[in-house]
Design a protein around this ligand. Structure first.
Ligand code: FES
Ligand code: FES
Length: 202
């Protein structure tokens, strides 16, 4: 494809560097949750919709989406996985936090095509209403949610923290959830929930 005469970039190159732009924007998500461009090579797609294979919660799912479709939109609008919330849709709130290869990232800052074939975990992959994950259980016991909009993302960040650091300090927990905003102000209860899990659920 011929480069744009003014910018010197082709549209292909602009799309291919979208992950880099997301990486920069993701810095607003906090140091611990800093967005990283996925390792996979981005194949040229589009402009019309095409099949994208996503590896979600251990299951391969195929969506038919345009190259501009974010991972968050693919999850919510094409796969009916609505646990990840769309609040700011620009990497500022953390409500859409999922794990990419086990690390928390903002699904609204990733294109679905960027994470094709990469292991993705959403809140639906943690627990079920009948069998909550210990962190979800602790959130209930410590009253760590009110409206619940931030909660899935907050839980994803807390579980990721506890996996790598089973007994985090209060400061470490604060840093881990720095990119997760709670308008209802449940932060002290979230800290209590993490402490409860670190104590073995008591
Ligand atoms: S919806 Fe993704 S960071 Fe707010
Ligand atoms: S519980 Fe309402 S935004 Fe966190």
């Amino acid at each position: 494809m011929a480069p744009d005469s003014e910018s010197g970039f082709s549209r292909r190159e602009v799309l291919a560097t979208a992950g880099g732009a997301a990486a920069i924007a993701g810095l607003a998500h906090g140091a611990v949750l800093a967005q990283e461009a996925p390792k996979g090579k981005i194949a040229w797609r589009g402009p019309s919709a095409g099949k994208v294979r996503l590896k979600i919660n251990g299951t391969e799912r195929t969506v038919n989406v345009e190259p501009r479709t974010t991972l968050l939109d693919a999850l919510r609008d094409h796969l009916d996985l609505t646990g990840s919330k769309r609040v700011c849709d620009r990497g500022a709130c953390g409500a859409c936090t999922v794990w990419i290869e086990g690390r928390p990232q903002n699904a609204c800052l990733l294109l679905a095509i960027e994470v094709e074939g990469v292991p993705i975990t959403t809140i639906e992959g943690l627990g079920t209403p009948e069998r909550l994950h210990p962190v979800q259980e602790a959130f209930c016991q410590e009253d760590a949610l009110q409206c619940g909009f931030c909660t899935p993302g907050m839980v994803m960040s807390c579980v990721a923290l506890l996996k790598s650091n089973p007994k985090p300090s209060s400061q470490e927990t604060r840093e881990a959830i720095a990119g997760n905003l709670c308008r209802c102000g449940t932060y002290p209860n979230v800290l209590s929930a993490v402490e409860r899990v670190a104590r073995g659920g008591k």
